[in-house]
Ligand binder design. Structure first.
Ligand SMILES: NC(=O)c1ccc[n+]([C@@H]2O[C@H](COP(=O)([O-])OP(=O)(O)OC[C@H]3O[C@@H](n4cnc5c(N)ncnc54)[C@H](O)[C@@H]3O)[C@@H](O)[C@H]2O)c1
Length: 462
């Protein structure tokens, strides 16, 4: 790789988010300039060749997005369902290598990096095998299905030195990175708590995905899908709607709270909570699933060198009757609030007066006339005419540039790390620190008690 180009991409890596979301965007209340990724020039030997493992819903999004990064080429796809192998050839070319066995894909010398987009119960095994086979890994969230699976990935990444990034794109999202600047600058005072939610209403939102009409033991390698999960007879519902079963997925908490915690951890530079308490139920989608559809969780984040102690209250509601849908992270500080949607946020600050004021809903109203007169006199002598209270500042808004795609920024971070060795925020330790408390919500709901977690040592405690 030429030096100039490396320097250029390094610069891009460091500044891609800030180019997209410069503070000027907030000050002027106008969209920031488009990301300049399209101006990356790549020489022929600078290509990064990728293979996709798991060509389902997100496999398509991730691959299409990766291919928007200059110099990235698609050479192979692996999936267990014939229809998805056909679809991969239709979309990415009839000459790509395809297989049902991911080990065949990993054996190929022409692949530099893999995107792991399989169900959760396969993430750890494939990620470890891939890094050992010399591939860089972009592994979808949650990094692992079971907390203890995280250690093997962390260890293998250290041993192999391969780039490993978890695919919760909130880690690179413009709105998250810009909100982080405000929190770090103390704009909303001391962070006291965070409310974070993900609400869905319709059946696809609740993971009742379409099942192709040709689904059969001939078109699907069901045994390979099961892997180490308990053996059950062929069942296309389990195959296409695996999220609804704890044998393969991590439930609403592991699947969706992980996105929320990823955002919160990036903004606060937190390693995670030390206590997790959750209540969960299956309220509506009683289709044979064993996953909850309503989860409410409280988490305690202890003080660290990076932040003061704060609480997180979070929920996933797949049975939401309000019907607005949505995803939000609201950071409430002592002097303001930031309300983040997906690619945008609003914020406002608040100023308290130093004088306490009196009257209204106050003990002053219960004083005798004499007592009131005495108090007024004393107050005027002490505080003058300052009647206390607070003022709420004007609401300001940040919008990511039109057409902004946080997944693309996340891919750029991944490929820049491969090309230049630049840092990965959502590495294996970060991935476990976001996944574990999310997965622990299931355990807390089941045991009906708080779960202790050591966010530094990454271990369940108590
Ligand atoms: N980052 C995000 O926004 C986001 C969004 C959706 C899903 N995801 C994550 O992506 C992953 C995939 O989710 P999905 O909705 O695309 O699932 P999906 O069911 O649509 O696709 C999964 C595919 O993996 C294949 N597969 C299963 N086991 C395999 C194996 N051992 N080897 C090769 N292929 C195998 C299946 O054939 C299937 O086509 C999950 O971990 C999910 O949590 C992330």
């Amino acid at each position: 790789m030429q030096k100039n180009r490396r320097q250029f991409i390094q610069k891009m890596g460091a500044s891609v988010a800030s180019m997209a979301v410069g503070s000027a965007a907030i000050a002027s209340n106008k969209p920031a300039p488009e990301i300049l990724h399209s101006s990356i020039r790549v020489s022929a030997n600078d290509k990064i060749r990728i293979g996709l493992i798991g060509a389902g819903i997100i496999g398509h999004f991730d691959t299409d997005t990766a291919l928007r990064v200059p110099g990235v080429e698609m050479v192979a796809a692996c999936d267990l369902y014939t229809g998805r192998i056909e679809a991969a050839k239709e979309k990415w070319g009839k000459d790509i290598f395809t297989t049902r066995d991911y080990r065949e894909l990993l054996n190929r010398k022409d692949i530099d990096a893999v995107l792991i987009c399989t169900p959760d119960h396969w993430h750890q095994r494939i990620a470890i095998d891939a890094m050992k086979a010399g591939k860089h890994v972009y592994c979808e969230k949650p990094m692992v299905q079971k907390i203890e699976q995280g250690y093997g990935i962390i260890e293998t990444q250290k041993q192999t030195g391969k780039v490993f990034q978890v695919g919760s794109q909130r880690a690179s999202a413009a709105a998250i990175l810009e909100a982080k600047k405000l929190v770090k600058a103390g704009t909303i005072g001391e962070l006291t708590f965070v409310e974070a939610f993900c609400d869905r209403t319709d059946s696809r939102g609740a993971w009742q995905y379409s099942i192709p009409r040709d689904a059969s033991p001939e078109t699907i390698d069901f045994n390979a899908f099961l892997g180490n999960a308990p053996k059950v007879p062929f069942d296309p519902i389990r195959f296409f709607r695996w999220r609804n079963y704890s044998d393969y997925g991590t439930g609403a908490a592991g699947d969706l709270i992980v996105h929320l915690l990823t955002g919160i951890h990036v903004i606060t530079d937190s390693m995670g909570p030390n206590k997790i308490f959750s209540l969960a139920d299956l309220k509506m989608w009683k289709d044979g699933r064993d996953a909850y559809d309503v989860v409410n969780a409280l988490m305690q984040y202890p003080k660290t060198s990076q932040h003061n102690a704060f609480h997180v209250s979070t929920r996933v509601n797949l049975a939401d009757g309000e019907g607005k849908g949505g995803f939000g992270i609201k950071l409430v500080g002592t002097e303001g609030v930031i309300d983040i949607g997906w690619n945008e946020f609003t914020y406002r600050t608040l100023k308290r007066k130093s004088a306490p004021g009196y009257g209204g809903y106050d003990s002053f109203e219960s004083f005798s006339e004499k007592g009131k007169a005495e108090y007024k006199k004393w107050y005027a002598a002490t505080y003058g005419d300052d009647m206390g209270g607070y003022t709420i500042g004007e609401e300001k808004r940040f919008d990511s540039p039109k057409g902004y795609d946080d997944r693309l920024d996340h891919m750029i971070v991944f490929f820049n790390a491969i090309r230049t060795g630049s840092a990965i925020v959502e590495d294996a330790s970060f991935g476990l620190r976001a996944a574990a408390p999310s997965i622990a919500c299931n355990l807390s709901a089941k045991l009906q008690r708080p779960i202790g977690w050591d966010p530094v040592g990454m271990k369940l405690v108590g």
